[in-house]
Ligand binder design. Structure first.
Ligand SMILES: Nc1ncnc2c1ncn2[C@@H]1O[C@H](COP(=O)(O)OP(=O)(O)OP(=O)(O)O)[C@@H](O)[C@H]1O
Ligand SMILES: [Mg+2]
Length: 310
């Protein structure tokens, strides 16, 4: 990965009437990097991508793609970006190949070259045998794969992929992730993708950001974000009985973030592993302690928390 910044946004903001869809977004993505934008429905991922493509105008702030301004130079920007939209649209009466030819023409790709790229792309996404089938007859996943082929034939320097694996079966999820991670490694393609799926993003992205209500609430490398899990521990104590008095005392302990109880279990979220203090308190309160476990809060749980907040 080079140090050259290819996508940059500064306080990028989009408001729809009263609603702030993207709120002062600051992104900086390097050449050859795969950056994953995560977040719940309505977080602002698609809106951010549309502004970078010059398809919708920012309300305030700036963005640039390879030094081009999407507002002032939308055609330049579009010419270097491969875009996989959230809702893919193809001409249903045309075949897969004809649809790709249409894209090739729009991008002034010479006929012979186009032919080669189309065949190669169809092969990659497993649609070689469906090249001459009308897209109207394609399944959801096949259309998605054709959308990926549509990005590939452009051989773009940069790709914006809005939920690239939606509708794909597990085999094609893996293939798709592999296609793009190879392109980033071998061709230094810069990739910005949006997703809801932490696991997929973890597999291929060097960095990711979590958006919530238009704001980027967390950003970092996967390892940096994993390390944040050390900030929270869950202690699970199985007890003979639940005494409200005991729960109150636990809540008041230092480094405790929250306490929950159900049946015979007390769940304590703390800033560190609080097993010694908690077990002591339980025994001092003459409650039988039947079991005690502690674990670090995973990145998954942190991620899910943002969904609950949405
Ligand atoms: N054209 C529009 N007019 C008005 N509001 C819009 C428009 N497009 C998006 N919004 C609003 O902006 C917010 C962000 O939407 P956006 O589509 O960017 O979210 P998203 O993160 O892509 O969500 P999803 O995961 O569902 O695709 C939402 O509240 C949405 O209702
Ligand atoms: Mg979206």
């Amino acid at each position: 990965m080079s140090s050259e910044v290819t996508v940059e946004t500064r306080n990028l903001t989009k408001k729809y009437n009263g609603l702030v869809a993207v709120d002062n977004l600051n992104l900086s993505i390097r050449k050859g990097e795969i950056y994953g934008l995560l977040g719940p429905n309505g977080a602002g991922k698609t809106t951010a991508i549309l502004m970078l493509l010059g398809l919708t105008e920012p309300t305030s702030g700036q963005c640039s793609v390879y030094g081009f301004n999407p507002v002032r130079e939308p055609l330049k920007v579009k010419s270097i970006i491969g875009y996989l939209p959230e809702k893919i649209g193809f001409y249903e009466d045309l075949t897969a190949k004809q649809n790709l030819k249409f894209t090739a023409n729009l991008n002034n790709i010479e006929r012979r070259e186009a032919q080669e790229r189309i065949n190669e792309a169809l092969q990659k996404v497993g649609l070689k045998d469906h090249a001459d089938v009308k897209v109207g007859k394609f399944s959801r996943g096949m259309k998605q794969r054709l959308g990926i082929a549509n990005v590939l034939i452009k051989k773009p320097r940069i790709a914006f992929l809005d939920e690239p694996t939606q509708g794909l079966d597990p085999k094609w999820i893996n293939e798709t992730l592999k296609i793009f991670s190879d392109l980033s490694r071998r061709e230094e393609m810069t990739i910005l993708l949006s997703s809801h799926l932490l696991h997929q993003v973890q597999q291929i992205c060097q960095r990711m950001g979590i958006m919530l209500n238009g704001k980027l609430v967390v950003q970092g490398t996967i390892n940096e974000l994993r390390r944040t899990k050390g900030q929270s521990w869950i202690v699970e104590a199985e007890v003979g009985e639940i005494k409200p008095d005991l729960l109150k005392k636990i809540k008041e302990m230092e480094d405790v973030k929250g306490v929950k109880s159900s049946r015979n279990t007390i769940l304590v979220e703390g800033k560190r592993d609080l097993r010694p203090e908690i077990s002591k308190l339980i025994i001092e309160n003459h409650v039988p302690l039947l079991g005690l476990r502690a674990r670090e809060v995973s990145l998954d749980e942190i991620y899910m928390k943002y969904f609950r907040e949405a």
